[in-house]
Design a protein around this ligand. Structure first.
Ligand code: NAD
Length: 352
């Protein structure tokens, strides 16, 4: 039988787990055996007893790694853990790198196709990040988000600008709208305008001829001149904003700088910037990991926001893993068919 092992995560601040009792039950029903490191689900509020009830076996890390045909994790395990894995076994994790003797699947390589949507961990986790970014902004802002008419007078709704209308940005928009803010959105792919409007956002039009539309629905790197013109147009919107949430990314490149020091200095004290692109260099020139204050504007460079919602983030990530595993384990039989686009694209080249 194909044995899948889920270790307890060791990364700093990592609270998620790659299998839930629900996904363990489904994997077992699909013909696998599932073993879980004791305490692996604790930070996601999934106790060992629930995994046992689902039919999984609780094991030590060393036992689990040595016996597994598939090791499924959130973050890539450390080298000493990988060294304990069987030759010919499979590793699945986010940002996993090629390993000799092991077939590595890196979850962010899942193709953005309709068929692979159930496995799309980037989307499931980015959506949480966007939601949380809007909530953090709402709790940190020294103002209300909604329009309020009170006996003491009217409070105007907060103005939020979202930069980047990918999965995280659209969820930030939707969440800020639900809380009653007025939301404006900038993106360089004109195709997202309609999505922004359907969620109640106002799209900031960019009149440039150059297109930001790249391959596979992603953005491409635009010229320095394009970015300069974009900043000129967006400056006015940013100066009027209470909150700016930035999520703009170009795959494989440093994040574009959309907010300069000057633009931050044009914002009112008390305003908030949440920069979700911090790991790829930040969309704001002044972003540092954690909180920075500049002229009374608070800039939050926050990575891995998905881990702040450990329970649901794990439920979604575990379903992504489960769907990928069923792509190459059918009726309990493992078959790595490299003609299958999802498998071929997700396996890290150079692993074997
Ligand atoms: P991402 O994280 O790579 O980038 C976030 C956003 O930043 C993108 O919308 C991008 O256009 C934008 N951006 C880049 N440079 C910018 C700039 N200078 N100014 C403003 N915005 C800028 O994107 P993502 O969330 O991974 O999504 C990328 C695309 O893939 C989206 O169209 C999304 O809908 C699509 N997608 C498709 C599927 C699927 O079909 N299975 C799944 C998920 C996402």
């Amino acid at each position: 039988m194909v044995n899948l092992f889920v270790p307890k995560e060791t990364g700093a601040g990592e609270t998620r787990v790659a299998a839930t009792p629900e996904s363990a039950r489904a994997l077992i029903k699909g013909g696998l055996t599932v073993s879980i490191e004791r305490g692996a689900g604790e930070a996601a509020y999934m106790p060992d007893s629930e995994y046992q009830t689902a039919g999984a076996t609780l094991v030590s890390r060393a036992e689990g790694l040595a016996a597994a045909d598939i090791v499924a994790a959130v973050g890539a395990p450390a080298a000493e853990d990988i060294a304990r894995m069987k030759k010919g076994s499979i590793l699945i994790a986010l940002r996993a790198t090629a390993q000799p003797g092991i077939t590595t699947f890196s979850m962010e390589r899942i193709p953005r196709t309709t068929k692979a949507q159930t496995m799309d961990a980037l989307s499931s986790q980015a959506s949480i990040a966007g939601y949380k970014a809007a909530l953090i902004a709402a709790t940190e802002l020294p103002r209300y988000f909604p329009l309020l008419m009170t006996a003491a007078g009217t409070i105007k709704p907060a103005k939020v600008v979202v930069m980047g209308a990918g999965v995280a940005g659209l969820q930030a928009l939707a969440t800020a709208r639900r809380l009653g803010a007025v939301v404006e959105v900038s993106d360089i792919r004109p195709a997202v305008k309609e999505q922004v409007q359907s969620l109640g956002g106002r799209f900031i039009d960019l009149p440039m001829q150059e297109s930001g539309e790249g391959a596979g629905g992603y953005a491409k790197e635009v010229s320095a001149d394009f970015l300069r013109q974009q900043r000129e147009i967006v400056t006015r919107h940013v100066a009027a904003a209470d909150v700016v949430i930035t999520t703009a990314q170009v795959p494989g490149k440093k994040a574009p700088v959309l907010l300069t020091r000057e633009m931050v200095e044009g914002m009112r004290p008390g305003s908030i910037i949440i920069d979700l692109a911090v790991d790829s260099g930040g969309n704001c020139e002044l972003t540092k990991p954690g909180q920075t204050v500049h002229n009374g504007v608070r800039i939050f460079g926050i990575s891995n926001l998905a881990a702040t919602m450990s329970h649901d983030a794990s439920i979604l990530y575990a379903r992504n893993i489960q769907a990928l595993v069923f792509e190459f384990v059918q009726k309990g039989v493992l078959n790595l068919n490299m003609e299958n686009e999802i498998i071929r694209e997700t396996v890290v080249k150079g692993s074997s």
